[in-house]
Design a protein around this ligand. Structure first.
Ligand SMILES: Cc1cc2nc3c(=O)[nH]c(=O)nc-3n(C[C@H](O)[C@H](O)[C@H](O)COP(=O)(O)O)c2cc1C
Length: 191
């Protein structure tokens, strides 16, 4: 998982996804994209799947995430990331707030590398008169996992439904990696 988080909200979502994938038997690794080490690049290179994550900044990914994306262009000529699974997650203060723009950037990054996009399979919640903020996938995103975090609250205040929705995305990624690559490959590294 390669992600940026300035204030901790996106990190909290990353940790939920990570826990979901680990629960499904995947070996996982969190990469801080502002400090990518040589070992981190090596781990990403041998991973079966990579989650990309960023806060939503001005309707798109953060500048740090864009800088990371540009760094990955060196893997394009050899198609080193081709056929890996890819998925995305983001957090923002507003209910929508431009999260779609951030996720679409990550989708474009994945397809630039020939990766296979894994969306959120949970159906949209909170879309009937009986629905509530507690519904899984309350914000109705299928492209990736998202959390809406009030600007005056802390990562610990993140809505449980957003955390649980993200964890399911992690489990889904791990299950698909196992189908594609078999259990031993996943044990080596879904990131
Ligand atoms: C420079 C900047 C730009 C932002 N732009 C948006 C935005 O366009 N829409 C939105 O809803 N929230 C926006 N926010 C709020 C963040 O998306 C939100 O606080 C997010 O959860 C922060 O994640 P982090 O704690 O992982 O850094 C912005 C915050 C910053 C610092």
């Amino acid at each position: 998982m390669a992600f940026h988080s300035r204030g901790g909200n996106t990190r909290r979502l990353a940790e939920a996804i990570d826990a979901g994938a680990a629960e499904q038997g995947a070996s996982t690794h969190l990469v801080d994209i502002e400090n990518v080490t040589t070992e981190d690049w090596a781990i990403l290179a041998r991973s079966d799947g990579i989650f990309f994550g960023s806060p939503t900044h001005i309707g798109g990914p953060s500048a740090s995430f864009v800088a990371f994306a540009e760094q990955t262009s060196r893997f394009q000529p050899s198609a080193a990331w081709a056929d890996k699974l890819a998925a995305g997650f983001t957090t923002s203060a507003a209910m929508e707030g431009g999260k779609l723009g951030a996720l679409q950037f990550m989708l474009a990054l994945a397809t630039q590398h020939g990766m296979l996009w894994v969306g959120q399979a949970l159906r949209a919640g909170w879309n009937t008169s009986k629905g509530s903020l507690a519904d899984l996938n309350r914000l109705g995103y299928r492209l990736g996992s998202v959390a809406q975090c009030n600007a005056d609250e802390k990562p610990a205040d993140m809505k449980e439904s957003d955390v649980l929705t993200a964890a399911e995305h992690g489990r889904r990624m791990a299950r698909l990696a196992q189908k594609l690559h078999g259990v031993p490959a996943v044990a080596e590294g879904l990131r």
